[in-house]
Design a protein around this ligand. Structure first.
Ligand code: FRU
Length: 465
């Protein structure tokens, strides 16, 4: 352990202790979502199940609720319900990650965690930090318990990436398939085209670039946080593209997030099918999937980079959270996303709509209709459209519309400061933060339908012992 690591560890510990009571007093702290203990959270990283533990690492900025230098925060759980807050795992303490331990993933082999990440370095000088001045290094930390890194090594620098790229190459997602290791990374070319680099390795350390995955026409300037996996026989390339302009009801957020079905050979000749958005709300970005036995789970960041929202939690010393843990399934040519079954164990007593505050709602409407949640969030479905609209409480968010031919069923998870709306078993999902007046309660239905409502208990959260 070097002195920088040691001192950062102490500082994180100190700021978490000093700021805890201020942060914990915020009525907008979530009950059943993972959040930063203090400060800032963005992407989930290194998601995995290793032995009996699920691990959620995440982009953590403990010193600044609006961002700051990133390290890997860490939560772990055996059942996705009782969580332990573990010490931060990766610190910016090496020459190749000094200005941030950026996003990455976990490969599990023989009970060992191989944590691949991007080390961010900003060189001094007059740079734009896009085309010059930034090192985006690929690195590997190895750990048996997710708590202590036994090694941390630099694997690739910008010189090792193909020609024609800007400095933005990041977010390695690694998996093993047919006896080889594969890695995808997001990239921005010098011509501002977003693409995904595919690397292969036989030993987890020496990587060769073997393919580049992109669309025939330019689709945004940068593709962040790629994920490539097979589900029910279909290969899917998920990523978070930046620079895609709004087209009617599509791409309403500053950056988008979704997937392409990939046809053919991802290592050779391939084509990408139509891009589908993974979420139509205000706050969903940089999700990552991992295999848990035979189900594929997905966790996203319930936030949006560079959006002009002013989340009121910032003045209480923290910002952002993760979505609920979801399972993804492939049905009729599309990915569906639904909360994992475990979450139903957080359902407490049934409650009447007038009392609802932090709840899980199942609703089967008859025809067009609407509901108002806690006074100022309106979900409305009519004429082939579903709308989420905030009268107040949006902190800058106003309205999102999406095409849904028929709303057969809705599930709404409402936490202290978020709504996640799952339409038709997760065919369409809208994830958004929402800040109603603290005393506001109740769901008011407009139109006919059958509702089942449960109060939701909080996740249990303890310090790792
Ligand atoms: C996505 C992202 C990643 C990067 C990380 C830095 O939100 O920009 O591409 O690794 O955040 O925090």
């Amino acid at each position: 352990m070097n002195a920088l690591h040691r001192d950062l560890e102490r500082l994180v510990d100190r700021v978490e202790r000093e700021d805890a009571s201020h942060v914990q007093a915020d009525p907008y702290r979530q009950h059943f979502h993972l959040m930063p203990p203090v400060g800032w959270m963005n992407d989930p990283n290194g998601l995995c199940r290793c032995g009996e533990w699920y691990h959620v690492f995440y982009q953590y900025g403990p010193f600044d609720a609006t961002g700051g230098v990133k390290l890997w925060g860490h939560y772990r759980s055996r059942d996705l319900l009782r969580w332990e807050k573990a010490p931060a795992m990766l610190y910016p303490d090496q020459t190749w990650n000094l200005h941030g331990v950026y996003s990455g993933s976990a490969l599990i082999e023989g009970g060992v965690m191989y944590l691949y990440y991007t080390g961010n370095v900003k060189h001094p000088g007059a740079h734009d930090y896009i085309k010059t001045g930034r090192g985006h290094n690929t690195a590997l930390a190895v750990s048996r318990d997710g708590v202590t890194a036994e090694s941390n090594e630099l694997l690739m620098t910008n010189q090792d990436y193909p020609e024609g790229l800007s400095c933005h190459v990041r977010d390695p997602k690694v998996w093993r398939e047919n006896g080889r290791y594969y890695m995808v990374q997001g990239a921005r070319t010098m011509e501002d085209r977003g693409e995904i680099l595919l690397f292969a390795s036989d030993d987890k350390r020496r990587w060769s670039h073997i393919n580049t995955l992109t669309t025939p026409g330019v689709f945004g300037y940068m593709w962040e946080c790629p994920d490539l996996f097979e589900i029910a026989g279909q290969r899917v390339l998920a990523c978070s593209p930046q620079g895609v302009s709004q087209q009617g009801m599509r791409f309403q957020n500053v950056y988008t997030c979704g997937y392409f079905p990939l046809y053919g050979d991802f290592c050779g000749a391939y084509s990408l099918g139509a891009f589908a958005e993974l979420d139509c709300g205000f706050d969903f970005y940089a999700p990552q999937t991992f295999l848990d036995g035979d189900r594929r789970l997905m966790l996203g960041w319930m936030g949006m980079p560079d959006a002009e929202y002013e989340n009121p939690t910032v003045s209480n010393g923290w910002q952002h959270c993760a979505t609920v843990m979801c399972e993804v399934v492939w049905r009729d040519g599309r990915l569906l996303r639904r909360p994992v079954a475990e979450l139903e164990q957080l359902r407490g007593e049934r409650c009447v709509p007038e009392d609802a505050e932090i709840f899980d709602l199942e609703y089967v409407p008859q025809g067009d209709g609407a509901m108002t949640i806690r006074g100022s969030a309106v979900i409305e479905w009519r004429q082939g459209e579903l709308i989420l609209r905030y009268e107040t409480g949006g902190a800058g968010r106003t309205m999102r519309r999406t095409k849904v031919d028929t709303v057969r069923n809705l599930r709404v998870l409402a936490d202290a400061s978020s709504l996640e709306i799952f339409v038709n078993e997760g065919e369409t999902v809208l994830s958004s933060r929402y800040y109603p007046p603290v005393a506001a309660r109740g769901v008011c239905f407009h139109g006919e339908g059958k509702a089942k409502l449960w109060k939701m208990h909080a996740l249990s959260m303890t310090e790792m012992s």
